[in-house]
Write a protein that binds this ligand. Sequence first.
Ligand code: ZN
Ligand code: ZN
Length: 315
Amino acid sequence: MGRVMSRRTAISVALLAAFAWASEPDGAGLEPGQLPASWISGGPNCVSVPDWQVHEYNDNFYILRESGCINYEKPFLYLIFGEKKALLEDTGAGQVQTAPFVMSLLEKWAKKTNHAPVQLMVIHSHNHGDHTAGDKQFQAMPEVQFVAGTPAEVSKAAGIANWPADPGTIDLGGRVLDVIAIPGHQDASIALYDRKTGNLLTGDSLYPGRLYVSNFEAYVASAHRLAEFARTHNIAHVLGTHIEQSATPYLDYPRGTTYQPNEHRLELTRANVLELDEGFQSMKGTPEKLALPEFTIQPQAPRQRANAPASAKQN
Ligand SMILES: [Zn+2]
Ligand SMILES: [Zn+2]
């Protein structure tokens, strides 16, 4: 009896050891990083709010947030460093000095990492005014590689042969980003996937807030393509370009809010990518508003699209 028990125990221990080995998290080969539990939104006292909040996810992946005191859209920008190039996604909203600030970050990065200066490449999550306000500042700098927010220019820069069906890539030197065309919120919308960190940047097409649909058919197809991508890749975090949602499920801050003391975290997950696709599929071809705990799919009526002033469409 005692011998049988001990054999069983030995087998159990061996099985447990095997399971422990099999399930031991290895990070899926991704470079880890940290995200803050909360961000500065803007206010309540704008005098003491910095124009930019910079968060180092890790040494070579920065997240910038523009202050809501400059513009209520308070967008997030991404600055990713490779061996040869740094990529900036988006240039800000409203009256903002983005270029001098980003160039100073490049200098600080080079000093901190003891790396030779790298060339800056500027690209856009999509071509709406709250993500392109600093474009002219960068276009005036000949040393910067500026990619305009059009399907043609993005396709050229990322080697996309057939927009939007085919993916492309951008090589920053030892760091490759996948470029997935996801039109629907806007014609030139893209997602960027950083193979190093596993972070998926989804722009205004998926973030904790109101996802405005301008081209329904295109958005449905894009959400499906993005879900297929998420199914076959390790996604660490899904990072968009705004936070409009509060930490309370289904509850968002009204458009134009500057100070959001209880806002949702920036990061969404791979599951939310699948949820977006599922949400669109559930509409069966007819655009409708769909509120989910962490974001809302918000089709824009054709009448609104045609008559709304430019500022109301840009989000
Ligand atoms: Zn937008
Ligand atoms: Zn936006």
